[in-house]
Design a protein around this ligand. Structure first.
Ligand SMILES: [Zn+2]
Length: 83
């Protein structure tokens, strides 16, 4: 399978397991978590807590790792605007 399609399907698979079909992204800078619905968007997205840009590269790293999360906070509704 093509690497890009693989990353996209992995994102969708993980997102579908969560409430609201959102993947729980963990900011690598401040460790806050928030739900994102789309792996790729036209808009740039930023962490609501520290402002670090959310990159597709980092999303792919997290979906690959399915890492344990030490979330400090959950921002569940924040990215509705990008849906
Ligand atoms: Zn952050």
């Amino acid at each position: 399978m093509h690497e890009k399609d693989d990353a996209e399907s992995r994102f969708l698979y993980l997102a579908q397991r969560n409430k609201g079909n959102k993947f729980q992204y963990e900011c690598p800078n401040c460790l806050c978590c928030f739900g994102i619905r789309q792996r790729v968007t036209l808009n740039k997205r930023h962490c609501p807590a520290c402002g670090l840009e959310i990159s597709v590269k980092e999303i792919d790293r997290q979906t690959k790792a399915e890492m344990p999360r030490g979330c400090l906070a959950i921002f569940d509704q924040l990215f509705e605007i990008f849906f």
